[in-house]
Design a protein around this ligand. Sequence first.
Ligand SMILES: *Cc1c(COP(=O)(O)O)cnc(C)c1O
Length: 791
Amino acid sequence: MFDTKELRENIERILKTDYGKTLAKAQTHEKYNALSKAIMGTIVDNWDETEKAYSTGKAAYYLSAEFLMGRALGNNLLNLGIYEEIKELLKKMDININDLEEIEEDAGLGNGGLGRLAACFMESCGTLNLPVRGYGIRYSHGLFKQSFKDGFQREEGDNWLKYGDPWSIRKEDEAVIVEFADEKVRAIPYDTPIIGYATRNINTLRLWKAESFKDFDFNLFNDQKYNEAVEDKNKAEDISRVLYPNDSTEEGKILRLKQQYFFVSASLKDIIRQYKKNHGIDFNKFPEFHAIQLNDTHPVVAIPELMRLLVDEENITWEIAWDITVKTFSYTNHTILAEALEQWWNGLYKKVLPRVYEIIEDIDRRFIMELLQKGYDSEKINSMAIIYKDMIRMAFLAIHGTHTTNGVAQLHTDILKFQELRDWYDIYPNRFQNKTNGITPRRWLALCNKELSQMITALLGTDKWINELTLLKELEKYLEDEQVLNKILEVKSEKKHQLAEYIKIHEGVEINPNSLFDIQIKRLHEYKRQLLNAFGILDLYFRLKENPEMDIVPRTFIFGAKAAPGYIRAKGIIKFINEIGTLIGNDPQVKDKIKVVFVQNYRVSYGERLFPAADISEQISTAGKEASGTGNMKFMLNGTPTLGTFDGANVEIVQEAGEENNFIFGARVEEIEEIKESYNPKEYYESNPRLKKVVDTLIDGTLSDGGTGMFEELYNSLLEGASWHKPDNYFIFRDFMDYVKTQEKVDRDYRDRIAWAKKCLMNIANAGKFSSDRTIQEYAREIWNIEPKKI
Ligand SMILES: *Cc1c(COP(=O)(O)O)cnc(C)c1O
C-alpha cells in the first residue's frame, strides 16, 4: 500500500532538516515528530482530493469551542491500516512504537464530555466519508495539567505545543479578519487532518489562532519601550491563549466572549468566502449547501453574526436573511443545570460587539411581537424573552434562531421537551429531536484494547465490527461458551495488570491487579456525586474495622477527575478522597482488602488505559442531571458493567444490555421531582447511624483538610445548605443506603466468575448502539440532510 523504505528515508531526512540530527542521536520527541510529519506527507494528496470533492455539494460544519482530541499518532496509524507495519518498521530502526506514542502530548482543547464528543464526531464523519468540517479555537494552552500536593489539587499550564504540532498545517493565505469594538485581529487557520478508518477520505478540523497585524512596533522597540512594543501582539494573542477550565459552569468573562465571537466570525467568513467562490452572490441557496451545527450555546453568537454578515455586508433584507439563518443552523443542548445555562450581561455585549447586540435586540423584539400575536401574557413573555433583565439568554436565542434543537439522550430530550423547555416545545414542536451520544469504537476499543479487539475479530471471523458496531450482537451466541467467557476474564486481567504497572510508574502506588477495579473517572462535579462513592468507601472501611473477618472481594477504588480551579467545593472533595486513601493505605488491618487511588491528570490518554481495565463503571449522578454521559459507553464497550442511576444514557445502556447485567440503584427522575420540595436530608442523617458516621468524618477529626475549612464547608453544604442552594442539593443521603446495598450485590455477583463474564459479554455485545457512527448518521439524515461522498 505504501513504501516503508521511502517512509524511513523521509523520517531520516526530516530528522536532518528539522533537527540537524541522525537517527542515532535523535530524541524521542524528535523521532515522534519526524514520523508524524512523514505520515502527513503520505496523506496530503487524498486530503486535497477530499476537500475538492466536498466543495461541490452540501456540507455540514460543526462549530465547537472545544475539541478534546487526545493523541493523534496511534489513532492515525490504526485508521490508515498501517499500525502493525509501522510498528515493525520502527522496530527495525530500534524504536519502540509505544515510546513514540507515549511522548505525544494530548491535544486537550476541551474540558470533558462535550469536547470529547466533538472529537468522536469528527472521527466518525471521516470514517463515514461525510462532508463535514470542524471549526474551533487553537488554544495555545489546553486544559490545565493536574497534580496533587498533600492531597490538594495543583494546576499547571498545558503548553502542549512546546515541541510543535506535526499534525497541523498553518494556512496563512486563508487568514481572515475579526473585528471587535476595541480591536481588530487576524484569525489564522490551522488545519488538522481527520483520518477516517479504512477509507481514503481525509476530513478537516480547522482551528483558528488569533494574531495581531503588527508583529511588534519597531519604533517603540528602538526607544527601548520593550513591553509596549509587543503589547498589541500579546493582546491579540490573548484571545486564543487558553481554554477556560469550567465544565458545566458559566463564567461571563469578557475574554471568553471574545473567544466565542472570534472563532464564530472567522468560521462564518470562511464559509461565506467559499460559498461566493462556488455559487456567486445569490444567498437564497446558502442553506442548500450548508448545515451548521452549534455545539452547545458557546457558538450561538453565530446566529446574529450571520444576520450581520448577510444584512450589513451582503445587503440582504432582514426577512430573507432570517429565513436563511434559521434554515442553516441547528443547536445541540448539553445540559439543564441552571449554573451551566449561558447568559451574557448585555452591557458586555454592547461594549464588545455593539452591532451584533443591536441585531440580537431586533431578533428579540420581533420574537416578542410574535408571542403577543399568539395572545401570550406578559409573564409568559418575560419567561421566554431572549433578553430579560439585561441578560441575553443564549439557549433561547439558539432555539429561536435554528431549525432543530436536539438533546443528547432520550431521557434528556424528554426532560427538555416536557419540563425545562416546555414553553418552547409548545411553540416549536417540530424543532425538537433526540440524538443519543456515541463514542468512536476505533479509539475506545480497537486502539485502546487491542487484546479484546483481537479476540472479537477472531470470534466473529472478521474485523468489520470496527465500523459496523452492531455486529457485536453476534457475540451473544457465545454466552454459554465457557472457553470464550474465560478468555474475556483473561483479557480483562491482562488490562488490569497493564494499568497496575502504569499506576505504579505514574502515581508511585502499588495496587493489586487481582482485586476488583471499581472506577469513577469524569470531571469533578457535585452532581456527578464522587462524594457518594467516597461515603460508600468509608462505610465499607468502618464495617471492616468493626468486623475484621468480614469476607469481601478485595477492591481497588480508582478515581480520576479534574476540578475547575475556582470550584472550591470540588477541590474539597478531591482532598477528602485523598485523605480517605491515606487513612486506608496506612491501616494494616484493611490495606490488603481495600485501596483507594486518585490518579493525577485524568485525560484522554489516561482514559485509554483506565476504561479497558475496569470491573465496575461508576455512573452515579443524581437522576436528571447527567444529560447523557459518554464515559459510561466507553466502559460498556470494554465489557464493564455499570453501577449507576437511571440517568442520561445509562437508561439506554441498560435497555440494550439488560438490567440484570448492570447494577441500577437510587431515586429516579420522577421521585426526585416528587421529593425535592420537601426533602430533608437531616432526617436521613439522624436516623441512619452508618450514614451519620461517614458524614461526620468531615468534622470529627477522623480526616484533616489541613486547616482549610474545606471539609466543614462540605459538611454544611450537606446539612445546612446555603443561600444559593438547598442542603444536600444532589440527594446523596437519599441514595446512600441504596448505593451501599447495590455495592454489596456487586461483591456477591463478582465471586461467580463465569456469571460475571456473562455480564461483561452482554455489555460488549450490546454496545453497538453507542457508536458515534450511529449518532452521526442520524445527524446527517435527520438534521443536516447530507450524503456520504467517497473519493
Ligand atoms: C469520555 C471522557 C469524558 C466524559 O466522561 P463522563 O463520564 O461522560 O462525564 C471526560 N473526560 C475525558 C478525558 C473523557 O475521555
